[in-house]
Design a protein around this ligand. Structure first.
Ligand code: AQP
Length: 342
């Protein structure tokens, strides 16, 4: 199987489940913007079908979907260039997911750490959708024949499963149809940690709002959260090796590096030897400078929801131009009788 026969195409998505945070921005959104360019087609999605694998209030889901769309655009996604839409409006995602439900094995899903973490001890009461989540994610990617998927580190296992599904499908049907997708997990902030606990990922669902910087936080709130972020009493080291066993210090240095487009080592060359009392205000100033324009643009865009809905509708039309033929070919490979085969 050669990967070169596939046109380079980027796909990624974010769940519209509210509380879009700095981890989503640095691990995903900012990377999506960086990948936008003339070389590759970029397709970005608000994955509302994934969101409902856990309970979502319908009015909140609508609001979060529009707010996330505003977040994409405010962060720098150009809806004229990238294809930007919400997943439910492109039915081929769910249709291909069904085919993949019949390709993927139960054991593969049971091994997923996100399933274990999210269902916890209450697996019998978790939704069937939460269990099958990675199969839908594989369909999201492969229904575009996407070759590159920028994500945070927490999605690595799901991307490996996407590759396994593509390989098994190709083998089962004796075709070279789905690409073996490359995960793009790069940069200093592939795993932004909680501001309250350097061993836990910054997450939308953390009950403590102080654990994360939300994209909608104002400048004072951002500065306060950074000032109160957990740290240790030592000065910052001058070398990256000195961050070992200092998860909170490493997290703040990584955040600074990602926001200033530097490596952690370049940051430490500048701030090594400083106490957190001096470094935190620098970080807060940088975070406010980078995030405030995004949050005010998000608020402005949310003032015209009809325009957001138009952008999403146009994005889903453009998306279907890609997904409809790929699904039709998939059905034919699988042996579904349909129109236009003879
Ligand atoms: N802390 C993080 N650091 C770096 N990247 C992150 N991502 C999420 N958290 C971090 C990346 O953001 C993208 C969107 O992920 P998602 O929509 O699946 O987000 P999520 O899992 O709902 O976000 P949370 O905060 O992780 O939610 P909960 O609290 O539900 O677990 C992905 O590329 C992801 O890697």
């Amino acid at each position: 199987m050669t990967e070169t026969k596939f046109t380079p195409r980027v796909f990624s998505g974010i769940q519209p489940t509210g509380n879009l945070h700095l981890g989503n921005y640095l691990g995903a959104l900012k990377r999506f913007v960086d990948m936008q360019g003339p070389e590759m087609e970029t397709v970005y999605c608000m994955v509302d079908l994934h969101a409902i694998t856990t309970w979502q209030d319908p009015a909140d889901l609508m609001h979060s979907t529009r707010e996330l769309c505003a977040g994409f655009i405010a962060a720098g996604i150009d809806p004229e260039h990238s294809i930007l839409f919400n997943q439910s409006q492109v039915p081929e995602h769910a249709q291909l997911a069904w085919i993949f439900n019949c390709v993927a094995r139960m054991g593969w899903m049971q091994r997923m750490t996100q399933w274990k973490d999210k269902a916890g001890k209450n697996q019998q009461n978790a939704s069937l959708g939460l269990f099958a989540y990675p199969s839908l994610m594989a369909a999201d990617i492969l229904v575009y024949h996407a070759t590159h998927v920028p994500v945070g580190d927490d999605q690595k296992q799901h991307l490996e499963l996407t590759r396994d599904i593509a390989i098994k499908f190709n083998n089962d049907f004796g075709v070279d149809f789905f690409p073996i997708t490359e995960p793009v997990i790069e940069g200093a902030a592939t795993r932004v940690m909680s501001l309250r606990d350097g061993s836990k990922k910054m997450s939308k669902s953390d009950p403590s709002d102080m654990s994360r910087i939300n994209m909608t936080d104002d400048a004072d709130t951002i500065a306060k959260k950074i000032r109160k972020a957990k740290t240790d009493p030592d000065a910052l080291p001058s070398e990256v090796a000195g961050l070992e066993h200092r998860p909170e210090a490493r997290n703040l240095v990584n955040i600074y590096a990602a926001m200033s487009d530097q490596t952690p080592q370049q940051v430490l060359a500048e701030v090594g030897g400083k106490q957190f009392g001096e470094f935190k205000p620098m970080l807060a100033e940088l975070a406010v400078a980078k995030l405030s324009p995004i949050s005010s643009e998000m608020a402005r865009l949310m003032g015209d929801q009809a325009e957001i809905d138009r952008i999403l509708a146009r994005g889903s039309e453009r998306a279907r131009e890609i997904t409809a033929p790929i699904l039709r070919d998939t059905y034919e490979i699988v042996g579904m009788v349909g129109a236009g085969q003879n």
